[in-house]
Design a protein around this ligand. Structure first.
Ligand code: NAD
Ligand code: TDX
Length: 351
């Protein structure tokens, strides 16, 4: 197998690259534009493998993508490259439309041209796997409902609308042109190498720097949390065992309010790296203006992936969060340059 991974220098993409190189015999072709969110140091060890190659390319560049598919003789595509941060999509949606919607359209066009050139056997083996989000299903009430693969799409933010649109394009390329596509929709990932504009790494690093821990609104919004290594294992199963035309929900069985996530980070840090003076990190929590259009709750029914792919998460939220905090405590060399480059005021990623 030769797998073209787009966005392999990002948070989840880098976990996929590490997983494929360390735990499978597949070769990996990483295609990444290296935006602010891309970081080759996240895959330094995997990149030393002779089964790895890298192309710094924008996914909107269809001709370059087609050329890479041909010259690398790719057998599978795992498409993760995207603009991923909801707050940025509210402040500036253009890049989200360009990369998530137009970029996915360009990827599909290139993949279809390439797929049509393949032998019959190679066409049967080929997969185009689009990695998407549970946010395409929209807002759930606090006390009921769960997303299945059949839940109607109802995206709320510019980010989730761009991902919903790209999911629809992928489906259409399967139904209309026969391209063997699979889609997976997952919940909030967390773990090592997470860019510190996202809630969990932001809170860990703000706490270590004695900065306020910003909780939007009342902190009552609920997310399901999935440890990124568990997700990378699921993605390998989706791309190798998923049925063309199907989609698969991937979740962590770990619904938490945002306030409880932040409090748990504080409590773990209190034990692992006590504050000078003995107060709890909880004293740094501050409630700030809510995110516009903030979806109340997401919840994932991942029973199809369990039933059909034999996947289930290994980490609980407590075990995964503890490992994540240990990783940030041990890997200042990874996050210090990002933080110094991007930190603006109390919120990273808004400069
Ligand atoms: P990320 O922001 O950490 O990484 C995105 C990567 O894509 C970066 O390496 C960036 O350089 C690259 N990229 C961006 N625009 C590009 C372009 N035009 N051409 C080529 N490369 C480009 O994102 P992530 O959190 O790793 O998310 C990966 C995928 O998973 C995304 O499609 C996202 O929508 C989806 N997803 C993420 C989560 C989550 O919790 N992080 C949850 C559900 C779904
Ligand atoms: O400072 C903060 N304070 C806060 O209360 C930040 C950054 C976030 N939040 C809240 C907003 C969300 O309800 O915490 C929750 C998680 O926020 P993010 O880490 O920004 O993630 P989210 O918006 O849920 O989206 C993430 O998961 C789904 C990824 O960024 C998306 O790419 C993915 O599709």
């Amino acid at each position: 197998m030769k797998i073209l991974v787009t966005g392999g220098a990002g948070f989840i993409g880098s976990a996929v690259v590490r997983h494929l190189i360390e735990n499978t015999a597949a070769s990996v072709v990483n295609v990444d534009k290296l935006t602010y969110a891309g970081n080759l140091s996240s895959i330094a060890r995997a990149a030393a493998s002779d089964r790895y190659s890298f192309h710094q390319v924008d996914i909107c560049d269809e001709a370059r993508i087609l050329d890479i598919l041909r010259t690398e003789q790719v057998t599978h595509v795992m498409h993760l490259a995207a603009e991923s941060h909801v707050d940025r999509s509210i402040d500036g949606p253009a890049a989200f439309i360009e990369t998530n919607l137009v970029g996915t359209f360009r990827m599909l066009n290139a993949a279809l041209s390439y797929w049509r050139e393949l032998s019959e056997d190679a066409r049967a083996e080929f997969r185009f796997h689009h990695i998407s989000t549970d946010e395409v299903f929209g807002d759930l009430p606090f006390d009921s409902g769960i997303f299945t693969e059949d839940t109607p799409y109802a995206p709320s933010s510019p980010y989730s609308a761009s991902k919903a649109g790209s999911d629809h394009l992928v489906r259409a390329w399967h139904h209309t042109y026969g391209l063997p596509t699979v889609v997976s929709n997952c919940s909030n990932n967390y773990g090592p190498y997470h860019f510190p504009e996202k809630l969990i790494p932001l809170v860990i690093l703000n706490a270590l720097h004695e900065k306020p821990l910003p909780v939007y609104g009342k902190g009552a919004n609920v997310r399901d949390w999935l440890y990124v290594k568990d997700h990378a294992r699921a993605l390998e199963l989706v791309v190798t065992k998923g049925v063309p035309g199907e989609s698969y929900n991937i979740g962590g069985n770990a619904e938490r309010t945002n306030l409880s996530v932040v409090e748990t980070v504080c409590d773990l840090l209190d034990t692992k790296r006590p504050r000078a003076g003995g107060q709890s990190y909880r004293d740094l929590i501050g409630f700030v203006a809510d995110r516009p259009g903030h979806d109340r709750r997401y919840a994932i029914d991942a029973s199809k992936a369990e039933r059909e792919l034999g996947w289930r998460p290994v980490e609980t939220f407590d075990s995964g969060l503890s490992k994540t905090i240990d990783w940030y405590l041990d890997n200042e060399a990874w996050w210090r340059p990002i933080r110094e480059k991007n930190y603006a005021g109390e919120r990273l990623g808004q400069s």
